[in-house]
Design a protein around this ligand. Structure first.
Ligand code: HAM
Length: 430
C-alpha cells in the first residue's frame, strides 16, 4: 500500500525539535494576558455556520470564499472557525459571562481555518493569540488593548513593527460614508469584479479590501472614512490617540485601514512588519460595539485583537531573534549490570520527582553507546553506575563539557541535594 506522507496544502506540522519555540511565545502570551487581567477561554474548533455568516459578515471574503463548511451526518451546517472573535462572543452570550463584573476580559490561543491561497505567512490552518474585552466604551480601553499587544511584541524583541490606527465610525456616520462610497464606485461599476458589483449593492466598504488588483487601485482614490465621522466617533478617536500618547505608544493614522471583517466599529488597528514580505500584518483588531447585539444579545460594547503566531515566529526568524533552546537532559545515568540498571531506574525516577531532567538507557545499549547517546542529546552531566558504585553507594558525577568529576552519594536525597548545588554553582560561574 502506498504511504500517506503528504499533509494537506497550507498546513504545517510542529515537530518536537521546534516545539520549544511555540512554547516560548505561548508562555509570553499567557503571562502578558494575565498581567492585563485577561483569563483564558477555549471554544470549539467548529461552530454553526450561521455564527460566522452573521458575525464576520456575509459580504466578507472570509465568509464568501474562505470558510471550511460542511454538512454533518445530522444535517447541520458546520464551519471550522476562521477566527476567534465570533466563537468567544457566542460563548459569552451562551454562558452569561456578561453578568460578571465589567469589563470582562478573555484571551485565547487557537487554530483557525481559511481556504486561502497558501504562501509565506499565509496558511490554511494557522494559529491566533487573541484578546477580547467586553463592556466598555471608554477610549482608554482601546489604548489599553493596543498597549497590551505592543507589550507582547516588545517582550518578543520584535523591531520595526508599525502600528497603524484608524476609525471606521459607527452605523450613524457609516450611512453617510456608504453613500459617498457608492457614488464613487458607481462611476466605475463596469470595471469592478463580480464580487465587488455585489458588494456595491450590499456593503460598499468591503470594496476597500478587495484583493483583485484593478479594484484595489480604484479603492485608492475612494473617499476616506475619517472625513465622515460623527462627533461622537471623532471624540472617541481623539481619546484613543490621547491615551496612546500618554502610554508612550507610537502610531500612525492610516485612513485606508478598514479591516476585512464586518463587525468593526470605531477604532481599528494593525501591527505591520516589513521583515516577512507581503503578509506582514502580524496583528489586527479593533472595536466591535455591535457584534453582541448582532448575535442576539443585549447591546454590549467590545473590542479585541488577534495576532498570527506563525507570522510572529517568521518575524523573529527574519530579524535574527533567537529563542533559547532548552536542554533535554540535565543528567544521564549510565549503567552496567543488572543491579546498576535497577538502581539507575529508581534513581532517575526520584530525580524526576524532584524536577531534575534525568534519563537512563531503556533501549539496551552497551555502556559506550549509552555515553555516546548522552553526548548526542546534550546531557550536561553524567554518572556511571556499575557493581562497585552500587556496593560503595557512591559514584563520580561528570560535567560533560569540562570533564570535571565530583564524588556523589547514590542515596537519592543526598544525590538530589549535591546535584542541585553543583549545578547551581556551575551555572552561576558560567
Ligand atoms: P484578522 O486580521 O483576520 O483578524 O486576523 C488576525 C491575524 O491572524 C492577522 O493579522 C494574521 O497575523 C493572522 N492571519 C490571518 N489569516 C492568516 C492566514 N491565512 N495565515 C496565517 N496567519 C493569518 C481576526 O481574525 C479578528 N478576529 C481579530 C480580532 C479579534 N478583532 C477583534 N478581536
Amino acid at each position: 500500500m502506498a504511504l500517506i506522507t503528504k499533509k494537506p496544502r497550507g498546513t504545517e506540522d510542529l515537530l518536537p525539535r521546534d516545539s520549544y519555540r511555540w512554547q516560548f511565545v505561548e508562555k509570553i502570551f499567557h503571562e502578558e494576558a494575565e498581567a492585563y487581567g485577561y483569563s483564558e477561554i477555549r471554544t470549539p474548533v467548529f461552530e454553526h455556520t450561521e455564527l460566522f455568516e452573521r458575525g464576520v459578515g456575509n459580504t466578507t471574503d472570509v465568509v464568501q470564499k474562505e470558510m471550511y463548511t460542511f454538512v454533518t451526518k445530522g444535517g447541520d451546517s458546520i464551519t471550522l472557525r476562521p477566527e476567534g472573535t465570533a466563537g468567544a462572543a457566542r460563548a459569552l452570550l451562551e454562558h452569561g459571562l456578561f453578568n460578571d463584573p465589567l469589563p470582562v476580559k478573555n484571551y485565547y490561543l487557537t487554530s483557525c481555518y481559511r481556504y486561502e491561497k497558501p504562501q509565506a505567512g499565509r496558511l490554511r490552518e494557522f494559529h491566533q493569540f487573541g484578546m477580547e474585552c467586553y463592556g466598555t466604551k471608554d477610549p482608554a480601553a482601546d489604548a489599553e488593548l493596543i498597549t497590551a499587544a505592543k507589550a507582547i511584541f516588545d517582550r518578543l524583541q520584535i523591531r520595526d513593527l508599525r502600528l497603524e490606527i484608524n476609525s471606521i465610525g459607527c452605523p450613524t456616520c457609516r450611512a453617510e460614508y456608504h453613500k459617498a462610497l457608492t457614488e464613487y464606485f458607481s462611476a466605475y461599476k463596469d470595471e469592478l469584479c463580480d464580487d465587488c458589483k455585489d458588494r456595491l449593492e450590499r456593503n460598499p466598504m468591503r470594496l476597500l479590501d478587495c484583493k483583485v488588483e484593478h479594484d484595489h487601485k480604484l479603492a485608492e482614490g475612494a473617499p476616506t472614512v475619517l472625513d465622515y465621522l460623527c462627533d461622537e466617533c471623532r471624540d472617541h478617536f481623539d481619546g484613543v490617540k490621547a491615551y496612546l500618547d500618554a502610554n508612550g505608544v507610537e502610531y500612525t493614522v492610516n485612513p485606508k485601514i478598514v479591516r476585512g471583517l464586518d463587525y468593526y466599529t470605531k477604532t481599528v488597528f494593525e501591527f505591520i512588519t516589513d521583515s516577512i514580505g507581503a503578509q506582514g500584518t502580524v496583528c489586527g483588531g479593533g472595536r466591535y460595539d455591535g457584534l453582541i447585539e448582532e448575535l442576539g444579545g443585549n447591546p454590549l460594547p467590545a473590542l479585541g485583537f488577534a495576532a498570527g503566531i506563525e507570522r510572529l515566529l517568521l518575524t523573529l526568524d527574519a530579524q535574527g531573534i533567537v529563542i533559547p533552546e532548552p536542554n533535554r537532559f540535565d543528567l544521564f545515568i549510565g549503567h552496567m549490570g543488572d543491579q546498576a540498571h535497577l538502581k539507575a531506574s529508581a534513581l532517575t525516577a526520584a530525580l524526576r520527582t524532584a524536577g531534575i531532567k534525568a534519563g537512563f538507557d531503556i533501549v539496551g545499549r552497551g555502556l559506550r553507546a549509552q555515553m555516546k547517546f548522552a553526548d548526542k542529546i546534550g546531557a550536561k552531566y553524567s554518572v556511571v553506575l556499575g557493581d562497585n558504585e552500587i556496593a560503595e553507594g557512591k559514584a563520580k558525577l561528570k560535567n560533560m563539557k569540562s570533564g570535571e568529576q565530583t564524588e556523589i552519594s547514590l542515596e537519592p536525597e543526598a544525590f538530589i541535594n549535591s546535584f542541585t548545588q553543583i549545578k547551581l554553582s556551575e551555572e552561576f560561574a558560567e
